[in-house]
Each structure stands twice: as C-alpha cells, then as structure tokens.
Design a protein around this ligand. Structure first.
Ligand code: FES
Length: 80
C-alpha cells in the first residue's frame, strides 16, 4: 500500500539551526504548498540527529539528506 503523504523529518537541533534549518524548513513548506505537491508532504521537526557535522540535515522517507538545500530535498521528494 502506497502512503499518500511523504514524511519529511527536519532536524531542529542547534547546529542545524545555525546552518539554516529554519530557513530550509520555511522554503520547503512554501515549495510543497502549491500544486501538484500541496497536501502530499508532512513535516516533522526532530531533535538532533547526531550528525551535526553535516548540518543542516533532514530525512525524506528513508533517505537521509545531509548538508542539504531546498533544491536537493525537492529532487528527493519528487523521486520518492
Ligand atoms: S543539530 Fe542537526 S544533526 Fe545535530
């Protein structure tokens, strides 16, 4: 059974925030709030993922995205 919503776990730890996680979260919310992605993604803020050296980090489904940007995440969202 295919899930209709993609889960995106965004690290909200201090190192990721220092490296732009808040801005990244905001950009991703905006990019996924328009068709055809509107309503397809659920964002979950997490505590530190213990991978601070590669901040900002997030997980799309089962794919770990390190030192990431909104463009890279969107490419992964569309692939998954
Ligand atoms: S603060 Fe994000 S991995 Fe540690």
């Amino acid at each position: 059974m295919k899930h209709s919503r993609k889960l995106i776990f965004v690290c909200n730890g201090s190192d990721c925030k220092k490296e732009g996680a808040k801005k990244l979260y905001k950009e991703l919310k905006e990019l996924t709030d328009v068709p055809p992605l509107k309503g397809t993604c659920k964002f979950i803020k997490t505590k530190c993922m213990d991978m601070c050296k590669t901040a900002p980090n997030l997980i799309v489904g089962d794919h770990f995205c390190k030192s990431t940007t909104a463009e890279k995440v969107m490419a992964q969202v569309k692939k998954s």
